[in-house]
Write a protein that binds this ligand. Structure first.
Ligand code: SF4
Length: 153
């Protein structure tokens, strides 16, 4: 099975601030399954053409804005499209994406006020992947796919 993974969780410094969000539990999970499954790193923001570092963004009234009010919606949609293209190319059914991000967040995202508050919602790439039929979870929900990966080839 081919599985998409947010690249920052794998230790790549592709976040807006030039850092990674290395997630040890996920690395152990991948180690356990890497001989049976193929994990493909994606970063919708960078793959869509945004630089590292870049201004932090949140979804505000349906648009993606930087903290200074610049509209980056197009870049985020372009990035989400690159991820859906990858899902198509590799017949991806599952994605593990970084929680809370305006691109990768799944079920919860920052509230649009740049105040570190979380609300219900999903990032642009996560939503597009879900609409495309991919089962998207966060790095904190690995138990949801543990059994699936253990039985699938
Ligand atoms: Fe990580 Fe996704 Fe943000 Fe890229 S877009 S840095 S993969 S959360």
């Amino acid at each position: 099975m081919n599985i998409l993974v947010s690249r920052c969780l794998l230790g790549f410094p592709c976040r807006y601030d030039g850092k990674s969000t290395y997630y040890g539990e996920l690395i152990e999970f991948i180690e356990r399954y890497k001989n049976k499954h193929n994990f493909i790193g994606i970063c919708p923001e960078v793959d869509g053409g945004l630089p590292i570092p870049r201004a932090t963004c949140e979804i505000v009234n349906g648009k993606v804005l930087t903290i200074n009010g610049e509209d980056k919606t197009k870049e985020f949609i372009d990035g989400a499209n690159t991820v859906v293209d990858k899902a198509t190319e590799y017949f991806v059914q599952v994605a593990i994406l970084k929680s809370n991000s305006p691109s990768c967040g799944t079920g919860k995202i920052y509230d649009g006020n740049f105040s570190n508050k979380i609300i219900n919602g999903s990032g642009i790439a996560s939503k597009m992947l879900s609409d495309f039929g991919v089962y998207v979870i966060t790095e904190e929900e690995l138990d949801k796919i543990d059994y699936l990966l253990s039985v699938e080839e």
